[in-house]
Write a protein that binds this ligand. Sequence first.
Ligand code: PLP
Length: 413
Amino acid sequence: MELYLDAASTEPVDPDVIGAMMPFLTEAYANPMSVHGAGRTAARALEAARTSLAADLGARPDDVVFTSGGTEADNLAVKGIAMARMKMLRETLGGRIRPRIIISSVEHPAVLRSAQWLERWFGCEVVTIPVDGQAHIDVNALRHALTQTELPDQGGIRNRTVLVSSMLANNEVGTIEPIDEIVRIAHGHDVPVHVDAVQAVGQIPIRMREWDVDALSLSGHKFGTPKGLGALLIRARVPVEPLISGGEQERGLRSGTQNVAGAVALAIALHESTVRMRNRYRRLIASRNRLIDAVLRVEPNARLTGDPECRLPGHASFVFPGVSGEALLVDLDARGIACSSGSACAVGRHEIPKTLLAMGYEPQVAKSAVRMTFREPLERAEINRIAAAVEESCTTLRRSSEPRGTAPTMQAR
Ligand code: PLP
């Protein structure tokens, strides 16, 4: 039977979630903006979903803006907040000021390319903050980048940096970033913070308001909804320019008839993941640590990537120097173990994991990355099976990459 170790890419949809969605696809299908009774029923379900989602993330219902997934939520946060603050800068200080956007050097393309889009179209300056060898953002470099852009206080605008955006947990290596410290530093300079929490929501506790985060992105298919569902949690105090124009649903920030069944799916799946997380957190971490030990035991050349402790509970990532990561993924798949490299990856289009490059790994070593992610604690027998498959795959691949004839010639001597 296949062992699916690619939960960070996507998860199956829970039957409970499908069951909860069904009434809103069949009998309670009305548009939640309609004034008739059926519309009001749909609107009540939408608001109940909003309340439940917010409660599980330490936010308030009116923080929640439903979107079509993590990519849209990241786009709305980065482009929308930056554009609104650029307008404020322009209105108070004229066109002389070049806005800056600060992101970490390990952001998902949804954040990175949104920042680059602002650079291309509006001449923004994009500054990327380096990370250390475990993928932790360099908070001193962040402080320095924000100090550089301070302005003499004119009309309440104290900084030409319009946004700081950092992920909460890294998709490639699972490292958890020091968000509370990032927020403290950015707010000390009057700059709002967006957090891409796509990999973290449902896996670790999130307290949006307690951390004083301004905007936070999430994606349902990482915790058990159908794909194409997500949300941006954004505080009313943060000006944001909508990217989609239309009927002004979702506080005017995301026009388009709301997907009531999708919102219900997000709320139910997140609540179930949150309860599961509470019950299984320690067992998940213990099994992850056993998996890491087992892989490093059978492959002493392999190295764990990312922070060994401050990482997502069901996330183990490695490099296998001397072995091609792509070949390893294909070989493991043939042995019934489905994992990934952690970056955009398809057979024949194997990109070098960008996070590993930012962490200082040589491209050749970064190309040997393999990520194993799971939501349920692994049984001992499963760990043994994975370790045995890794050992056999690495041995086979190393043997097949040796120059032909080398070994027999040496033996003959
Ligand atoms: N941000 C991070 C950190 C991700 O890992 C992903 C998806 O893998 C996204 C954003 C994009 O989310 P979605 O697939 O919902 O568009």
